[in-house]
Design a protein around this ligand. Sequence first.
Ligand code: AMP
Length: 219
Amino acid sequence: MRKYVIMGVQGSGKGTQGQLLARELDLVHISVGDIFRWNVRNHTKMGAQVKRIMAAGELVGDDLVESVVRHRLQQHDWNYGFVIDGFPRNGAQAEFFMESYDLDAVIHLELPDHEVRRRVLSRRLCPSCGMDYNLIADRPEQEGRCDICGHELVTRADDTPEALEARLRDYHEKTRPVLELFQRKEVVHDVDARPPVDEVQAAIRKTLALPPYIPALPA
Ligand code: AMP
């Protein structure tokens, strides 16, 4: 059983790297941000509660976040373990988490703020199937359309310059101290998030002493 947390500032590739790691190791990938986005898209009561907060780039309240995480982990579909991304994001969440689950490792994706701005502001999302694109590194074949389902691509509501600055501020003020807490427990593995996706994934596997990553060949 493996229990990993993947941390990093917005745009550092937490979702992409978390999914890749989970897929090959048969772990469940849990993204708190994705759970909230699903709720917003499907107009649930929770979606209505978090929509404005997310669009402003602010953090959702701890009680709601913790109940989402608890509920998700209670499903016990993670026989081989899980990779959780976007959580914990402050000291209170970290304490809640450490009381309930013993972690094997925290993967910390490092990316300088100027690179975050460049990446995040060129990010696009398919609102229909959830596929992510990036106008710099990972463009769709047809401009503005999803390669998988053909739906029109959108900018995430929280990928505006104002919301990004709010998230960067929160990250430095609230999330960095969480890293320091984990660092004291000596479970943090720093990984440079600047190289291409495959290289970052290979570095994650190496630092966690997992079997080497073999990227899929292009179709
Ligand atoms: P992400 O996709 O991880 O960037 O999350 C998108 C948004 O969801 C964040 O900007 C927050 O508004 C909210 N969110 C996700 N995870 C958390 C968390 N652990 N604590 C508070 N808010 C969160």
